[in-house]
Ligand binder design. Sequence first.
Ligand SMILES: [Zn+2]
Length: 242
Amino acid sequence: MQVLTAQQPAAVETNEQIFARVYSLVSGNAARGSDPPKVVCLLKPYVNTMGKLHLAAGTLEVRLHEMIASAPATVREALAWILVSKLFRKHAPPHFLLHYRQYMNRKDVRHTHQAVRRVRGRKFVSGPQGGHYDLDAIYLDLQARYFHPLMPKPLLGWSRRPSRTLLGHFDSAHNAIILSSILDRPSVPRLAVEYVLYHEMLHLKHPVEHRGSRRRVHTRDFLAAEKLFLGLKEAKEMLKKL
Ligand SMILES: [Zn+2]
């Protein structure tokens, strides 16, 4: 356990000290009087993740995104509570969750994160032309039917891995829509592919709303627009059968 000296007041706790203290409190070690584990902090070039914990052989390895490693102490403290609580399958105290979310939702923080993602984020693995479906053609078709003719076209591509859980996503950092390559198959009806692409196109049109600690991805306008898709119910049924 580290001992604070006069030159190192408690107000400037290191990340290691913060995580050791929070670990002791959450684990109940402090109450039992046992020593906290040895804590090692590492910086990781994460894209979306802000931190991960790894506990092995009495050492708690804390892997942090550089953005968080240099955030205000109260934010690092909040993340420590969130990550350590998760490690013990406990709920983090709500005020820490709120504080952390408020910080991550701050405009300057979002912009920094966006810039980091742009550099580090996944690069394109394939263009719009798949083995079976051409996303460019489907995009133009959907744009003509549902969107403004001048809506700027994003990059379109297929994912490297055929994910069943993430069928599509809009990557705002790269202004790109990626569809899971699981959809690029003759057995998948075109309507299902159209619906997934339509949903992601709506993300272009209806940006995420940030208010305080809240982040609304599917806004009221978004959901209303989604209902306009012809064959919505049918398409959703098709996707369930994948
Ligand atoms: Zn969505």
